[in-house]
Design a protein around this ligand. Structure first.
Ligand code: NAP
Length: 446
């Protein structure tokens, strides 16, 4: 039997994910060698503090604070430090020195994807980041490879476990946002500073990556419209539940105005791609509504494949390390076989659309006076703005003496543009029979 060649692997970061990657590299060396067709030798682990305790027992001599020297000596570099710098510079240095790079850094890929891909192309090396979106779930490779002969029309993702846990808690216990967040923090699902998760920034980075791969165009974080969940109230959740919906924070990327016919580097018929993150109502029978707790899922609609759903653990050291190892073995194989780096998929020029161009269904909650003719006046206003009503349901609210106080009106529209919906809501607010607009939420899957 011929002796396998050895590829040198540098690991940057030894935190939640990095420590598990180091463990797998050392413990499963034989299995990885047989899968990759080469021995994967861990030559060093760059960290800030070489003396810090680690989740996994690892040989002390592997640790260094000199990341720059380490990456220059490697065939494969795994970046699991997080943040923009020095991760960006180290990845660029590694690729310029001919190393393939695997990273889980969604913030960096969403912000600097085009620069990183250009350098990977120039250097002829593979750049992969399966772990950057939805942790353990294999989603980027299916989009990039398995669906490369199809046309994706829409992607819906629950790609942030923290917010899914919080919304799920609110839905199942009736808790307010602040209490559900405190519970998520107590259980370790949310960080002490939860801003990146609850304001949707983390999901927005993932939305940019999903949109770029799905629509073969480079989208960055700046192209993503982002609304978090901090303003979702227990009353919103209760009203949604009552109407047969569940509220999820969705990352959505969809082609609008599309005939679905891409030609060469452009699309004919498609006005662009709407990439957005916001709280969204889903019918309780929708497959994504069943994604509970801190789990993630991505739902894809493609012209020929139809509907596909990918489900699993979106975070955690060991699950995320699985995605990193898949990328690593694949990159090692490409080196062994002498193939080129995987060509980058961004070939199109479809523009990112502003949120005003997005079209979706809406749920509108209104507190209205209980008077004859109110429903007709409201329905007429919607019609005047070109927003068609699918469901209109009224519930009477009574005071302690059973006298009618007001009526709660719940409206679900057909698909309408954000601009038309905003104008309709403004006009409705001006009616003298409206006490208040209690909620306006986007709806998918109806
Ligand atoms: P983490 O626990 O905070 O670990 C970061 C590691 O990087 C630490 O070992 C730290 O060294 C090292 N590091 C940070 N800055 C450094 C610098 N300037 N120089 C040298 N070393 C440095 O992070 P993590 O949770 O493992 O996440 C790593 C990456 O994976 C991030 O990009 C994250 O977004 C991504 N990711 C994480 C998850 C997850 O579930 N955690 C899921 C998907 C993707 P010290 O230990 O010495 O401080």
């Amino acid at each position: 039997m011929t002796e396998l060649r050895t590829l040198k692997v540098a690991l940057l970061g030894c935190g939640n994910v990095g420590a598990q990657v180091a463990r797998i590299l050392l413990d499963d060396a034989e299995m990885l060698a047989s899968r990759a067709g080469a021995r994967l030798e861990l030559i060093g682990i760059a960290v800030r503090d070489v003396a810090a305790p680690r989740d996994v027992e690892l040989p002390h001599e592997l640790f260094t604070t000199d990341a720059e020297t380490l990456v220059k000596d490697a065939d494969l570099v795994i970046e699991l430090m997080g943040g923009i710098e020095p991760a960006r510079t180290l990845i660029l240095t590694a690729m310029r020195n001919g190393a393939c790079v695997v990273t889980g850094n969604k913030a960096l890929v969403a912000k600097e994807g085009p620069t990183l891909h250009e350098e990977a192309d120039r250097a002829g090396v593979q750049l992969s980041y399966e772990a950057a979106v939805a942790g353990a779930i294999p989603i980027l490779r299916p989009i990039r490879d398995s669906l490369s002969g199809d046309r994706i029309t829409r992607v819906l993702g629950i790609v942030n476990g923290t917010t899914n846990f919080i919304l799920d808690q609110m839905d199942s216990t009736g808790a307010q946002f602040a209490d559900a967040l405190a519970e998520a923090q107590r259980l370790g699902y949310a960080e002490a500073d939860p801003t990146a998760d609850v304001e949707g920034h983390d999901a927005a980075s993932k939305a940019a990556i999903l949109a770029s791969l799905s629509f073969h165009t480079r989208f960055s974080l700046a192209d993503v419209y982002c609304e978090g969940i901090s303003s979702v109230t227990a009353a919103d959740i209760a009203a949604a539940k009552d109407a047969g919906f569940v509220i999820k924070l969705l990352a959505i990327a969809e082609k609008l105005g599309a005939t679905g016919r891409e030609t060469g580097t452009d699309t004919d018929g498609a006005t662009g791609v709407s990439v957005r993150v916001h709280p969204t109502l889903l019918p309780r029978e929708h497959p994504m509504a069943a994604v509970r707790g801190a789990f993630n899922a991505v739902f894809i609609e493609a012209e020929n494949a139809g509907e596909l759903m990918f489900y699993g653990q979106g975070a955690g050291g060991t699950p995320t390390a699985s995605a990193v190892m898949g990328d690593l073995v694949s990159a090692a194989r490409s080196i062994v076989l002498g193939g080129p780096g995987r060509a980058e998929t961004a070939t199109g020029q479809v523009p990112a659309l502003p949120i005003s161009a997005a079209a979706t269904s809406y749920y509108i909650g209104l507190d209205v006076a209980d008077q004859p003719g109110v429903l007709a006046r409201i329905a007429q206003l919607f019609a005047e703005h070109g927003v068609s009503i699918e469901i209109m349901r009224q519930t009477i609210q009574r005071d302690a003496d059973s006298k009618i106080e007001s009526a709660a009106l719940r409206i679900v529209t057909h698909r309408a543009s954000e601009a038309a919906l905003a104008a309709t809501v403004e006009a409705v607010k001006g009616l003298d029979v409206i006490n208040s607009v209690t909620s306006v939420l986007r709806v998918e899957g109806v």
